[in-house]
Structure formats: C-alpha cells, structure tokens
Write a protein that binds this ligand. Structure first.
Ligand SMILES: Nc1ncnc2c1ncn2[C@@H]1O[C@H](COP(=O)(O)OP(=O)(O)OP(=O)(O)O)[C@@H](O)[C@H]1O
Ligand SMILES: [Mg+2]
Length: 275
C-alpha cells in the first residue's frame, strides 16, 4: 500500500464526485442537543456526513466538539435529537452500541498497554480464538497474522508487530490505536485530536493514514485544533461555536484566517468569501 503526500483528498473527490450529492449519508445528526445541568454543551446541531468523507470538527475550547463526538460514539446520550446511521435511526446507550453499528472511536489518551506488543494491543479484549466452549484458547498465530494485515495492508506500515508499544514514537502509537479500531472492521472512525501532541513528521504520518483509510471507503470524523492540517486533509470542516454549528466549509472556499474568525466569533465580520 502506498501512502501519498496529501493528494488523496483530491483524488477521492474526483472519484466520488460531489460528496454533497452522494445519496444516503453515512451519519446524520438531526437537531442534536446535549445539556449538562444548565450548561447547553451542544445546541440543535444538524449535520450529514457522507460515505468515505473526511469531516473535521473545529472550534475553540469548550465549543462542544468532544460532546458532539461523544454523542456520535455512544458515550453521551443526546438530550434531544436523533442520530441516523446509513439512514436508520440509532440510539446508543454506550460505545458498544455504536461499535455494533460500525462506529469506532480513537480517544485522545489512546489507552495502549505499554508493556504489550503491537499485535496484542490491537486485539486485546477480542482475540481470535480456537476450540469450543470453556476450552477456547487464544489463537496467537491468527492474532499475529491479522495484526500484520492491519498494519501492513490497511495502514501501509512496515512495522514489527512484536514490538512492545513502549518503544514506539507518538505517531506510531496513534497508528496502533487506529489499528485497534480497524480490528472491529468499522465503516466510521471518529478521532479525537489525532495529532495534538505529535511532531511534524508524526502528524504527517497520521494524516497520510487518515487519507489511506478514507480511500478504503471508511468515513472519518476528526476533532482537531490543527486548522492547517484540517485545511489540507478534510473534505469539509464544521465549525462549532458555543455549542452551535455556525458553518460548514470546504477547504477550497476558506482559509486559516476565516476559520479562526468563525471559531472565535461565531460569524464573519463582512461575509467575506461568502460570494
Ligand atoms: N460531563 C460534563 N458535565 C458538565 N459539563 C460538561 C461536561 N462535558 C462538557 N461539559 C461542558 O460543555 C461545554 C462543551 O465542552 P466540550 O468538552 O464538548 O468542548 P470541546 O469543544 O471539546 O473543548 P476542548 O477543545 O477544550 O476539548 C463546556 O462548557 C464544558 O464545560
Ligand atoms: Mg474536547
């Protein structure tokens, strides 16, 4: 699997045509509101995310990004509103419910086990097994084979899957966490701040990986503070301001300055670029 330099987004567009007219949305949030006591963290957000789209959510601290993401991934139940997956209404009591419909989430803390190797981290909690009933034992050959498939074929990374995770760089750790999500064979992956603590090289590695996954037909929702990267890699960018979705932009029709203005004020002073 080759990994390219950021042209994947354009290619994807060329192949799939206009993402706006691609039929049934992969994910549809309808009038989602989440209140914590008197705080309205997310207010009346409606949003459609198309199959194999890379959709970025940006916004200032406290804008409601994590809360919105957590409703889509089953961590929080909406106070009001409805989520649809592939056109069907879904109600998630917990992340396992979301997982059962094909939605996987990579949380910011990654939650990897440092003293275990890559393959074990990818399959922990759901190892392939052999045998019957109480005699089912972990099939280590299958575990390593499938882990290798995920890292090599799906993520395009030539790593030794027997390496303990403590020896990996930040970017590689992020890839292992994405590999663990892929082990559940999802069609949607939600990533919370995938590049926030990474070096420039590691950020590139993770961005290339996100492009690769979208090319495989996986829908990606990224929460990110990294506006420059989002402008390069996202198909569309949703801006949250004080719990409300104030705008959705395509990278080609906006820029760093405009997104910053939207994020900090919720509006554009002069309707600039809105022609
Ligand atoms: N579990 C909770 N209980 C009470 N209030 C909460 C809870 N989670 C979030 N909030 C509040 O909801 C609002 C939105 O928070 P959220 O974490 O979604 O923002 P965010 O955009 O992810 O911010 P950041 O960039 O800092 O991660 C904030 O005012 C926050 O204090
Ligand atoms: Mg957050």
């Amino acid at each position: 699997m080759s990994v390219d330099d950021g042209t994947a987004t354009e290619q994807r567009h060329a192949e799939s045509g206009d993402t706006e007219s691609a039929g049934t949305p992969k994910l549809h949030a309808e009038n989602l509101t989440k209140q914590f006591g008197r705080i309205v963290a997310v207010e009346d957000v409606s949003l459609e995310i198309q199959p194999s789209e890379v959709f970025a959510l940006v916004g200032d601290n406290g804008a409601g990004k994590s809360t919105l993401m957590n409703m889509l991934s089953g961590v929080h139940e909406p106070t009001k509103g409805q989520i649809y997956k592939d056109g069907q209404p879904v109600n998630f009591d917990n992340p396992s419910d979301a997982r059962a419909t094909g939605i996987e989430t990579v949380y910011q803390d990654l939650a990897l086990m440092d003293d275990l190797d890559i393959a074990t981290n990818i399959f922990i909690g759901q190892f392939p097994r052999n045998g019957f009933g109480p005699f089912r034992i972990i099939d280590w050959d299958e575990t390593y084979e499938r882990a290798e498939e995920i890292m090599m074929d799906q993520l395009g990374r030539d790593v030794d899957i027997r390496t303990e995770v403590e020896f990996l760089s930040g970017g590689q750790r992020q890839l292992v966490a994405i590999g663990r999500a892929l082990a559940f064979d999802p069609d949607v992956i939600i990533l919370d701040e995938p590049t926030s603590a990474l070096s420039v090289d590691a950020t590139r590695l993770v961005q290339d990986t996100i492009d690769t996954l979208a090319d495989q037909g996986i829908t990606i929702v990224i929460v990110s503070h990294n506006i420059e990267s989002v402008l390069k890699h996202a198909d569309r960018i949703g801006v949250l301001f004080q719990g409300q979705l104030v705008d959705i932009k395509q990278p080609a029709e906006t820029d760093l300055e405009e997104l910053n203005e939207l994020m900090t004020t919720g509006t554009l002073a002069s309707g600039r670029l809105d022609d």
